[in-house]
Write a protein that binds this ligand. Sequence first.
Ligand code: SAM
Length: 225
Amino acid sequence: MAARSAPCPPAEPAPLDCSFVENEELPSDFLADIRRLARSYLESSDPRLQSGFGGGPARWRTEREPILDAVETDGTLLDLGCANGFLLECLRAWGAERGLALVPFGLDLSAELIEVARQRLPEFGSNFYVGNAWSWSPPHRFGYVYSLADVVPLTHLGSYLSRLRREFLEPHGRLIVGSYGSLSRKVPPLNIEQLLPSYGLPLTGAATAGPGGIVRFAWAESAAV
Ligand SMILES: C[S@@+](CC[C@H](N)C(=O)[O-])C[C@H]1O[C@@H](n2cnc3c(N)ncnc32)[C@H](O)[C@@H]1O
């Protein structure tokens, strides 16, 4: 396995800057694309656009709430690639409607987006971190860990998800993986529920949502049950 870098930064809110955590292990063109996208999110004040979603409020809930199908208990919820923290804020509110108490944690490569997330959820400001999900070492384990598949290149996905399952989850925790297709670009989502078992991650459940199943989610239990 590739060597991992030291834990990325501060548990306490840091001054706003535009830097990103460098990590030579992921291809530089991949990281450059993420930087470009993150900057484009901040051109809008709309919280969904700041999360990279252009489909409006109704589709936002339809296409994001199924993440909670994997969440059956109160607990901590880490979003790897949390952008402005809006997804975490919504999952916390939608979870409360289901009687679930979720404590949000987030990680993003973009220091600017993490600053916005800390302002969005000031009560949980110290739960937001700047770092690269590929190499980040969490300060503790979590009950639920959510990651989009595309925060690493597809070539790295099996190794990435296996590490999350091994090192990020509490016993009986759940790793939830999402893939968002694009209607406008006619790009389907990844078939996550087939990919997980192919990486040796036993599938616990799966969900699809949106027009034509444009988003897919699948989840696996912790390795340490
Ligand atoms: C499309 S947004 C997702 C926002 C929210 N998690 C959601 O699912 O709606 C993707 C975010 O992931 C971040 N990101 C992409 N790759 C990352 C990586 N390797 N480590 C940390 N953050 C990453 C980007 O900066 C961006 O803010």
